[in-house]
Design a protein around this ligand. Structure first.
Ligand SMILES: [Zn+2]
Length: 121
């Protein structure tokens, strides 16, 4: 059975989904899809479009993020940067706290000395 123009267009538009999916959608055999693809110079190598950046990739999208490898890496980098920011803030607070405690200790020490010297006068 000859392929209709609509079927060829469908093949072009969905080529990245692979022969099996196209065959199922059109009610054709996988062989038939492959033959038509070959005839029209259409590559059936699976491809995916990243929903985040819109890029087409030959690597499957990440099962965790649903994005391409680059978007997934960017997201991971952002997360690490956020963790670093949180740790920096924690260290800053701890350092400030130590400084203020040290300052109070030495003040306390000075006051104690002063009181002692007053008593002995
Ligand atoms: Zn992406």
């Amino acid at each position: 059975m000859n392929w209709t123009t609509e079927e060829i267009r469908y093949l072009e538009e969905h080529q990245g989904e692979g022969a099996m999916a196209i065959a199922e959608a059109l009610g054709r055999t996988v062989i038939s899809v492959q033959v038509q693809a070959c005839r029209y110079g259409i590559s059936l190598v699976p491809r995916w479009r990243c929903p985040k950046c819109g890029a087409v990739t030959r690597k499957p999208l990440s099962s965790i993020t649903g994005w391409c490898a680059n978007c997934t890496k960017e997201a991971r980098r952002d997360r690490i940067a956020e963790e670093v920011r949180e740790m920096e803030e924690e260290v800053r607070r701890a350092e400030r706290e130590n400084r203020e405690r040290q300052a109070l200790y030495s003040k306390k020490h000075r006051m104690k000395k002063k009181l002692e010297s007053m008593k002995s006068e």
